[in-house]
Write a protein that binds this ligand. Structure first.
Ligand SMILES: O=C(CO)[C@H](O)[C@H](O)COP(=O)(O)O
Length: 242
Protein backbone atom coordinates (compact mmCIF):
# COMPACT_ATOMS: atom_id res chain seq x y z
CA UNK A 1 0.00 0.00 0.00
CA UNK A 2 1.43 3.38 -1.01
CA UNK A 3 1.93 6.01 1.65
CA UNK A 4 0.54 9.50 1.20
CA UNK A 5 2.18 12.87 1.67
CA UNK A 6 1.43 14.68 4.90
CA UNK A 7 2.86 18.15 5.18
CA UNK A 8 2.90 19.31 8.78
CA UNK A 9 3.97 22.88 9.57
CA UNK A 10 5.68 22.98 12.95
CA UNK A 11 3.69 25.38 15.10
CA UNK A 12 6.86 25.94 17.13
CA UNK A 13 7.72 28.53 14.49
CA UNK A 14 4.32 30.22 14.67
CA UNK A 15 3.31 33.24 16.70
CA UNK A 16 2.16 31.44 19.85
CA UNK A 17 0.20 34.52 20.90
CA UNK A 18 -2.00 33.95 17.84
CA UNK A 19 -1.97 30.18 17.70
CA UNK A 20 -5.53 29.64 16.46
CA UNK A 21 -5.20 32.07 13.57
CA UNK A 22 -1.74 30.75 12.71
CA UNK A 23 -3.18 27.24 12.57
CA UNK A 24 -6.00 28.38 10.31
CA UNK A 25 -3.53 30.22 8.08
CA UNK A 26 -1.45 27.05 7.64
CA UNK A 27 -4.51 24.93 6.87
CA UNK A 28 -5.61 27.51 4.30
CA UNK A 29 -2.15 27.24 2.78
CA UNK A 30 -2.68 23.51 2.27
CA UNK A 31 -1.20 21.91 5.41
CA UNK A 32 -2.40 18.36 6.07
CA UNK A 33 -1.44 18.22 9.74
CA UNK A 34 -0.37 20.70 12.41
CA UNK A 35 2.79 19.58 14.17
CA UNK A 36 2.79 20.39 17.89
CA UNK A 37 6.06 20.21 19.82
CA UNK A 38 5.58 19.35 23.48
CA UNK A 39 8.86 19.90 25.39
CA UNK A 40 9.31 19.44 29.12
CA UNK A 41 12.58 21.32 29.69
CA UNK A 42 14.14 18.04 30.86
CA UNK A 43 14.28 15.61 27.95
CA UNK A 44 15.24 18.63 25.86
CA UNK A 45 16.61 22.00 27.00
CA UNK A 46 13.48 23.93 26.08
CA UNK A 47 9.98 24.27 27.48
CA UNK A 48 7.04 24.81 25.17
CA UNK A 49 3.39 23.83 25.49
CA UNK A 50 1.35 21.03 27.02
CA UNK A 51 -2.16 19.65 27.14
CA UNK A 52 -3.88 22.93 28.14
CA UNK A 53 -2.71 24.61 24.92
CA UNK A 54 -3.71 21.60 22.82
CA UNK A 55 -7.14 21.76 24.46
CA UNK A 56 -7.48 25.46 23.66
CA UNK A 57 -6.41 24.98 20.06
CA UNK A 58 -8.77 22.03 19.64
CA UNK A 59 -11.69 24.40 20.27
CA UNK A 60 -10.70 26.28 17.12
CA UNK A 61 -9.87 23.49 14.68
CA UNK A 62 -10.76 19.97 13.65
CA UNK A 63 -7.31 19.48 12.11
CA UNK A 64 -5.08 16.50 12.82
CA UNK A 65 -2.82 17.59 15.69
CA UNK A 66 0.41 15.69 15.26
CA UNK A 67 1.91 15.87 18.75
CA UNK A 68 5.59 15.16 19.29
CA UNK A 69 6.31 14.51 22.94
CA UNK A 70 9.88 15.50 23.76
CA UNK A 71 9.42 14.54 27.40
CA UNK A 72 11.09 12.21 29.86
CA UNK A 73 7.88 10.56 31.09
CA UNK A 74 5.51 10.22 28.12
CA UNK A 75 3.18 7.90 30.04
CA UNK A 76 2.20 10.81 32.29
CA UNK A 77 1.00 12.73 29.24
CA UNK A 78 -1.26 10.14 27.61
CA UNK A 79 -4.40 10.82 29.60
CA UNK A 80 -4.22 14.66 29.48
CA UNK A 81 -3.25 14.74 25.82
CA UNK A 82 -6.07 12.37 24.89
CA UNK A 83 -8.55 14.48 26.82
CA UNK A 84 -7.21 17.66 25.24
CA UNK A 85 -7.87 16.37 21.71
CA UNK A 86 -4.45 15.34 20.41
CA UNK A 87 -4.66 13.21 17.25
CA UNK A 88 -1.19 11.68 17.09
CA UNK A 89 1.01 10.95 20.10
CA UNK A 90 4.66 10.41 19.20
CA UNK A 91 6.98 9.51 22.06
CA UNK A 92 10.75 8.99 22.11
CA UNK A 93 12.23 5.51 22.02
CA UNK A 94 15.16 6.66 24.18
CA UNK A 95 12.88 7.01 27.22
CA UNK A 96 10.44 4.20 26.50
CA UNK A 97 12.51 1.05 26.21
CA UNK A 98 10.88 -0.57 29.21
CA UNK A 99 7.28 0.50 28.83
CA UNK A 100 6.54 1.11 25.15
CA UNK A 101 3.99 -1.69 24.99
CA UNK A 102 1.92 -0.17 27.79
CA UNK A 103 2.41 3.25 26.27
CA UNK A 104 1.16 2.21 22.82
CA UNK A 105 -1.80 0.41 24.28
CA UNK A 106 -2.78 3.43 26.42
CA UNK A 107 -2.35 5.86 23.51
CA UNK A 108 -4.67 3.75 21.35
CA UNK A 109 -7.19 3.44 24.15
CA UNK A 110 -7.42 7.25 24.12
CA UNK A 111 -8.10 7.21 20.35
CA UNK A 112 -4.75 8.70 19.45
CA UNK A 113 -2.38 7.39 16.83
CA UNK A 114 0.90 6.15 18.33
CA UNK A 115 4.25 7.07 16.82
CA UNK A 116 7.83 6.63 17.93
CA UNK A 117 10.59 9.20 17.48
CA UNK A 118 14.34 8.87 17.62
CA UNK A 119 17.03 11.45 18.18
CA UNK A 120 20.06 11.77 15.91
CA UNK A 121 22.54 9.14 17.04
CA UNK A 122 20.00 6.58 18.22
CA UNK A 123 20.36 3.39 16.15
CA UNK A 124 17.39 2.85 13.86
CA UNK A 125 17.19 -0.81 14.94
CA UNK A 126 15.81 0.38 18.27
CA UNK A 127 12.44 1.14 16.68
CA UNK A 128 12.06 -2.21 14.88
CA UNK A 129 10.37 -4.00 17.78
CA UNK A 130 7.87 -1.17 18.10
CA UNK A 131 6.94 -1.38 14.42
CA UNK A 132 6.81 -5.15 14.35
CA UNK A 133 5.19 -5.84 17.71
CA UNK A 134 1.69 -7.19 18.22
CA UNK A 135 0.46 -3.73 19.05
CA UNK A 136 2.62 -1.62 16.72
CA UNK A 137 3.21 2.09 16.43
CA UNK A 138 1.86 3.63 13.23
CA UNK A 139 4.59 6.14 12.49
CA UNK A 140 8.33 6.55 12.95
CA UNK A 141 9.65 10.09 13.34
CA UNK A 142 13.31 10.51 12.42
CA UNK A 143 14.73 13.71 13.89
CA UNK A 144 17.14 15.36 11.49
CA UNK A 145 18.26 17.90 14.10
CA UNK A 146 18.90 17.61 17.82
CA UNK A 147 15.40 18.07 19.29
CA UNK A 148 14.67 21.22 21.23
CA UNK A 149 14.62 24.19 18.91
CA UNK A 150 13.30 25.21 15.50
CA UNK A 151 15.44 26.85 12.83
CA UNK A 152 18.45 24.54 13.17
CA UNK A 153 20.47 23.29 10.24
CA UNK A 154 19.38 20.02 8.68
CA UNK A 155 21.69 17.07 9.47
CA UNK A 156 22.33 15.15 6.24
CA UNK A 157 23.84 12.27 8.17
CA UNK A 158 20.44 11.67 9.78
CA UNK A 159 18.88 11.47 6.36
CA UNK A 160 21.12 8.47 5.95
CA UNK A 161 18.34 6.86 7.82
CA UNK A 162 16.12 7.10 4.78
CA UNK A 163 18.09 6.87 1.53
CA UNK A 164 21.44 6.42 -0.20
CA UNK A 165 22.15 9.54 -2.29
CA UNK A 166 25.18 10.86 -4.07
CA UNK A 167 26.59 13.85 -2.23
CA UNK A 168 29.18 16.05 -3.94
CA UNK A 169 29.64 13.42 -6.63
CA UNK A 170 30.74 10.87 -4.07
CA UNK A 171 28.92 7.73 -3.16
CA UNK A 172 28.39 8.49 0.50
CA UNK A 173 26.29 5.98 2.35
CA UNK A 174 24.64 8.73 4.39
CA UNK A 175 21.13 7.48 4.03
CA UNK A 176 21.59 3.80 4.54
CA UNK A 177 19.71 3.50 7.79
CA UNK A 178 16.54 5.32 6.78
CA UNK A 179 16.51 3.79 3.36
CA UNK A 180 16.55 0.51 5.24
CA UNK A 181 13.53 1.65 7.21
CA UNK A 182 11.52 2.41 4.07
CA UNK A 183 12.66 -0.80 2.41
CA UNK A 184 11.67 -2.82 5.43
CA UNK A 185 8.31 -1.10 5.90
CA UNK A 186 6.90 0.06 2.54
CA UNK A 187 3.56 1.21 3.97
CA UNK A 188 4.76 2.78 7.20
CA UNK A 189 4.39 6.52 7.77
CA UNK A 190 7.95 7.85 8.06
CA UNK A 191 8.18 11.42 9.30
CA UNK A 192 11.22 13.67 9.22
CA UNK A 193 11.63 16.79 11.31
CA UNK A 194 14.32 19.43 11.38
CA UNK A 195 15.63 21.76 8.69
CA UNK A 196 13.18 20.62 6.01
CA UNK A 197 12.35 23.07 3.26
CA UNK A 198 12.74 23.65 -0.50
CA UNK A 199 16.49 22.96 -0.45
CA UNK A 200 16.30 19.69 1.50
CA UNK A 201 12.93 18.17 0.63
CA UNK A 202 14.17 16.21 -2.37
CA UNK A 203 16.74 14.44 -0.23
CA UNK A 204 14.12 13.54 2.34
CA UNK A 205 11.48 12.48 -0.16
CA UNK A 206 13.83 10.40 -2.27
CA UNK A 207 14.93 8.71 0.91
CA UNK A 208 11.36 7.58 1.45
CA UNK A 209 10.01 10.06 3.98
CA UNK A 210 6.33 10.87 3.43
CA UNK A 211 5.41 12.98 6.47
CA UNK A 212 7.29 16.25 6.44
CA UNK A 213 7.54 18.59 9.40
CA UNK A 214 8.71 22.08 8.52
CA UNK A 215 8.84 25.13 10.74
CA UNK A 216 11.05 28.02 9.74
CA UNK A 217 10.94 27.31 6.00
CA UNK A 218 7.13 27.54 5.98
CA UNK A 219 6.54 30.28 8.52
CA UNK A 220 9.45 32.31 7.17
CA UNK A 221 8.26 32.13 3.56
CA UNK A 222 6.55 35.01 1.79
CA UNK A 223 4.18 32.41 0.29
CA UNK A 224 3.89 29.43 2.67
CA UNK A 225 1.38 27.80 0.28
CA UNK A 226 4.09 27.52 -2.38
CA UNK A 227 6.50 25.84 0.02
CA UNK A 228 3.85 23.39 1.19
CA UNK A 229 2.83 22.54 -2.36
CA UNK A 230 6.45 22.09 -3.49
CA UNK A 231 7.12 19.69 -0.62
CA UNK A 232 3.94 17.72 -1.36
CA UNK A 233 4.90 17.42 -5.02
CA UNK A 234 8.35 16.14 -4.13
CA UNK A 235 6.93 13.44 -1.83
CA UNK A 236 4.27 12.42 -4.37
CA UNK A 237 6.71 12.30 -7.29
CA UNK A 238 9.11 10.14 -5.31
CA UNK A 239 6.36 7.84 -4.13
CA UNK A 240 5.17 7.34 -7.72
CA UNK A 241 8.64 6.50 -8.92
CA UNK A 242 9.46 4.13 -6.07
O1 LIG B 1 10.90 19.41 16.75
C1 LIG B 1 11.40 20.43 16.45
C2 LIG B 1 12.57 20.88 17.22
O2 LIG B 1 12.80 19.97 18.23
C3 LIG B 1 10.82 21.28 15.34
O3 LIG B 1 9.61 20.72 14.91
C4 LIG B 1 11.72 21.35 14.15
O4 LIG B 1 13.01 21.67 14.43
C5 LIG B 1 11.09 22.19 13.05
O5 LIG B 1 11.69 23.38 12.87
P1 LIG B 1 12.54 23.75 11.57
O6 LIG B 1 11.77 23.25 10.38
O7 LIG B 1 12.65 25.22 11.66
O8 LIG B 1 13.85 23.04 11.71
Amino acid sequence: MAVTAKIAPSMLSSDFANLASEAERMLNCGADWLHMDIMDGHFVPNLTIGAPVIESLRKHTKAYLDCHLMVTNPLDYVEPMGKAGASGFTFHVEVSKDNWQELVQRIKSKDMRPGVALKPGTPIEEVYPLVEGENPVEMVLVMTVKPGFGGQKFMPEMMDKVTLPFISCLFLCYFLEVRTLRKKYPSLDIEVDGGLGPSTIEMAASAGANCIVAGSSVFGAAEPANVISLMRKSVNDNQKSS
